[in-house]
Design a protein around this ligand. Structure first.
Ligand code: NAD
Length: 234
């Protein structure tokens, strides 16, 4: 007898894109070793030195444009061919979409988009790599990167919690679970939801029942996990 098909929700973080060449934030040698969060990723930084903030994100955007999805991103496309799969990502890159995943919610925004600096709901695609001072929204205000900065609310949090609450399998991949409120999503799982965490490092702050830690590179562990889920539930 085959098991009923699970509803699968993924929470991805910077670690899934690390092997695509995009630096994580908190690992040794990560972005926050080179840049002070307060200088580039807060509303106060934007008030103080918007040019520096735009430069920082222009560099990040160019790296994203140059990067390619890796086997961890592609494995999730294989998974959605068999099951209902929703991805909630903390990443601002578009590697899940470029791999071919069709249901991707960006909790912290999307680096290839810009938003009006006084109306977060006016969002446009950025043509090319750069966003400069003097580029205005349709209401005549400076455009800023469409990313959620430290100290700002996460507008899609309720929507993400509702998705996670419906999961039968919850897969966390490449996130240190240090950035809140996203890290709280694991608490939205129902009691019997099976949880997997794919991470190259030891877990420091995730002690849950029904949790399996697959320690290793996302590019190796994700395809293995996807294969085993497909085998178990098909
Ligand atoms: P983080 O840097 O705090 O944690 C990354 C996690 O990934 C760590 O636990 C690390 O052990 C793990 N990891 C590193 N390389 C890995 C690999 N090859 N395989 C498996 N696991 C690996 O990142 P976070 O938890 O996502 O939170 C930081 C915030 O930084 C997020 O809000 C995100 O928006 C942002 N961010 C995004 C990008 C991106 O869009 N690619 C890049 C850097 C940071």
């Amino acid at each position: 007898m085959t098991k009923s098909k699970p509803n699968i929700v993924i929470l991805s973080g910077a670690g899934i894109s690390a092997e695509s060449g995009l630096g994580t934030f908190r690992d040794k040698g990560g972005l926050w070793d080179e840049h002070d969060i307060n200088d580039v990723a807060t509303p106060e930084a934007w008030q103080k030195n918007p040019t520096l903030v735009l430069d920082f994100y222009n560099q990040r955007r160019q790296s994203v444009i140059d990067a390619k999805p890796n086997s961890a991103h592609f494995s999730l496309v294989d998974l959605e061919k068999k099951f209902n799969v929703s991805i909630v990502t903390q990443n601002i890159d578009d590697l899940h979409e470029r791999a071919g995943s069709s249901s991707v919610m960006h909790l912290h925004g999307e680096i290839r988009k810009a938003q009006c600096s006084i109306d977060e709901f006016e969002v446009i695609e950025i043509e090319g790599g750069g966003l400069e001072m003097g580029e205005m929204s349709s209401s005549g205000h400076q455009l800023r990167p469409h990313v959620v900065w430290f100290g700002e609310a996460v507008p899609k949090m309720n929507e993400a919690e509702a998705l996670v609450a419906e999961a039968d399998l919850f897969i966390v991949v490449g996130t240190s679970l240090n950035v809140y409120p996203a890290a709280n999503l694991i608490y939205s799982c129902k009691k019997l939801c099976k949880k997997y965490i794919v991470d190259i490092n030891e877990l420091t702050n995730a002690k849950f029942k029904n949790l399996v830690h697959l320690k290793g590179k996302a590019s190796e562990k994700m395809p293995e996990l996807v294969k085993s889920i497909i085998k178990e539930y098909s």
